[in-house]
Design a protein around this ligand. Sequence first.
Ligand code: 13P
Ligand code: SF4
Length: 354
Amino acid sequence: SPSDPALVERARAAKEKLGDKVFVLGHHYQRDEVIQFADVTGDSFKLARDAAARPEAEYIVFCGVHFMAESADILTSDDQKVVLPDLAAGCSMADMATAEQVAECWDVLTEAGVAEQVVPVSYMNSSADIKAFTGKHGGTICTSSNAKRALDWAFEQGEKVLFLPDQHLGRNTAVRDMGMSLGDCVVYNPHKPNGGLTTDELRAAKMILWRGHCSVHGRFGLDSVNDVRARIPGVNVLVHPECKHEVVAAADYVGSTEYIIKALEAAPAGSKWAIGTELNLVRRLANRFAPEGKEIVFLDRTVCFCSTMNRIDLPHLVWTLESLAEGNLVNRIQVDQETEAFAKLALERMLALP
Ligand code: 13P
Ligand code: SF4
């Protein structure tokens, strides 16, 4: 829907007043009304790097979700303030792994005698506590654009990986990109004693996948792929690696949001695409590439926004920018120092991946 012109003007004026003091980052899943004010847009990896590359900005306004703002705070200097326009913009996947559960899991691995062979690899979509756990135990962070490189690195350090918290990204990367079999992967369920696994299963596994998932990408099924192929002959199916393994296995291309955009930029006129990721991004891409004769549709017939990404709307952005312009620091995201030190270690290992 078109944004309210009065709010657009207020956001513009407040941003102009702040000038170089503010830098606005926008994740690809953000609404159009918010994206229009982003100084840069990107996937989780690009935004983490971009946040760290703006030392002159006093305020980093992060239009995305809580774990992204935490990562930006970890990677920026102490006098830079990271602001999340709505504190309720969390991520249900990140919430699926708590510090207590992960500590308990490590105890289970220790009891089974495998902990010393295990390297944790945590998806960016996790809390700062989980990133700190990862750093403390010699592991790295990954995003959907460098998961293979992170796993290559991890298997140089140890024999097994504990992959947190997205089982699908872990399984898809292991099987699709690393040549492992489904049987090399086991799923650790934090709600069951010993994760629901026997000692023998833990000893045999190469990939121990945390039982977490994205509720947005989890809605796509094999039916979505079969339906769209029947509906649109010759369609290219392109999905995000947070989708279930059966969806990824049936797709033609798989990649992060940044990869999806690049693939569509490079696509020839007249080509047809069904995209399996969040709907704000797919709609924006469909509108952007329609004049070039590229037909882009959403993979499923049902509507599929990320509800927490959508919490950041124009009214929240206006309130944030106007507050900062008046000298009121609102909604600051600040990770405590000890957590930050270990989480930073894990994030820096990711940034140093070849
Ligand atoms: P990327 O932007 O890294 O592809 O991640 C998708 C996502 O789910 C972010 O929450
Ligand atoms: Fe979390 Fe999924 Fe939303 Fe990304 S799309 S923020 S993983 S719930």
